[in-house]
Design a protein around this ligand. Structure first.
Ligand code: NAG
Length: 288
């Protein structure tokens, strides 16, 4: 039967279109002010102009800059989905973050949520212990679960933190493993950057498979700066940023969820943004 053959074929296809192709978007404008809903809408619409038709974003916080209160309406109106961030430090901030997430779910349901990251690079900074962070991951999962939300709850950290045996409890607690990897900061020449990046993914996947087999490693931050200082053999330039996109983004989009760093970053050094001050893409991002 033709119909059933096609159905079986579709079911057998790899889920290459199912990966999130996202960008990290800061809540602050480059002048330090907080984005308004109109400015979130502009950012989300800009990302949709890229050849990849980007409709997923990672936001860092829930309460800071009223991020969720202002960004979720923009996400819903532009059909953009959000990897939510919940800061874990300090206790008062953590409570404010949880309250802001609860308020956003009360107001807008949860269809806009990709997943929730509890904390960001806390282990890399040495700001907390693995067991304390794991408890917060369980806490947030319980909180949203009580609201009827069964989204994945995990954590974002550097690959060096994930492969450290001291931090195994966070892998155990997480539904997904958010990996931040920057060959630029590892002094990698652009010609070596692809392999340096994949070495970090492989090392993290190996550790995750040893601790919690089957959990997915998502790339929650990677990118290459268009300008800024050199780190050893790593040179910041538009050409190298484009090369890194073409090699790393184009390959990684085919194998896992990716949130590129970053949407806009023109006042920073090094500067990782893909869009310049006028809101134009700084280099050709190709149709990969
Ligand atoms: C692993 O993490 C612990 C706790 O933060 C730290 O003391 C140790 O130096 C780390 N190990 C490595 C190899 O970085």
């Amino acid at each position: 039967m033709r119909f059933s053959t096609l159905t079986a074929l579709a079911a057998a296809l790899p889920f290459t279109t199912a990966y999130w192709k996202g960008f990290n978007v800061g809540a602050n404008n480059e002048d330090g002010t907080c984005k308004t809903t109109a400015q979130w809408t502009t950012a989300f619409n800009k990302l949709k102009t890229l050849p990849q038709d980007i409709t997923s974003v990672r936001l860092y916080a829930s309460s800071d800059c009223n991020t969720l209160a202002l960004a979720v309406p923009a996400a819903i109106s532009t059909n953009t989905k959000i990897l939510v961030g919940v800061w874990t430090e300090d206790a008062a901030h953590y409570t404010a973050e949880k309250n802001a997430l609860t308020a956003a779910i009360d107001a807008h349901g949860s269809a806009w949520i990709i997943a929730i990251s509890v904390g960001s690079e806390d282990l890399y900074r040495g700001d907390t212990t693995a067991s304390a962070l794991a408890q917060q991951i369980y806490d947030v999962r319980g909180m949203v679960g009580a609201l009827g939300v069964t989204t994945q709850v995990g954590h974002v950290d550097t690959w060096t933190a994930w492969v450290n045996d001291t931090n195994k409890a966070v892998i155990t607690a997480s539904d997904f493993i958010g990996l931040d990897s920057y060959p630029y900061f590892q002094n990698a020449a652009i010609g070596d950057a692809y392999n340096t990046f994949w070495d970090s993914v492989t090392a993290t996947r190996n550790q995750v498979n040893a601790v919690s087999p089957g959990k997915w490693v998502w790339v929650t931050e990677t990118g290459w700066p268009v300008s800024g200082p050199n780190y050893g053999a790593a040179v910041a330039s538009v050409k190298n940023a484009q090369t890194y996109w073409r090699s790393v983004a184009c390959a990684t989009f085919q194998s896992t969820h990716v949130f590129w760093y970053a949407y806009q970053d023109y006042s920073a050094s090094p500067s990782f943004g893909v869009f310049d001050e006028s809101g134009n893409a700084i280099y050709d991002l190709y149709g990969c």
